[in-house]
Write a new protein. Structure first.
Length: 56
């Protein structure tokens, strides 16, 4: 469970960087970038909760 939580956190930290690079290169516009950022926040928070529950 702890590994799944760490993976979610890593996805949550990687997706914003990818979203910014894709937006700067012109592959996506601001709308999909915002969606990716919200997705990454959700992944990070869920991963943190899972990691916290695994530790207790």
């Amino acid at each position: 469970m702890k590994a799944v939580g760490k993976l979610g956190q890593m996805i949550g930290l990687t997706v914003p960087a990818l979203a910014v690079v894709m937006e700067l290169s012109g592959r996506i516009t601001s709308g999909p970038m915002l969606g990716m950022l919200v997705f990454s926040i959700c992944c990070f928070v869920i991963g943190r909760i899972l990691e916290g529950y695994a530790g207790s």
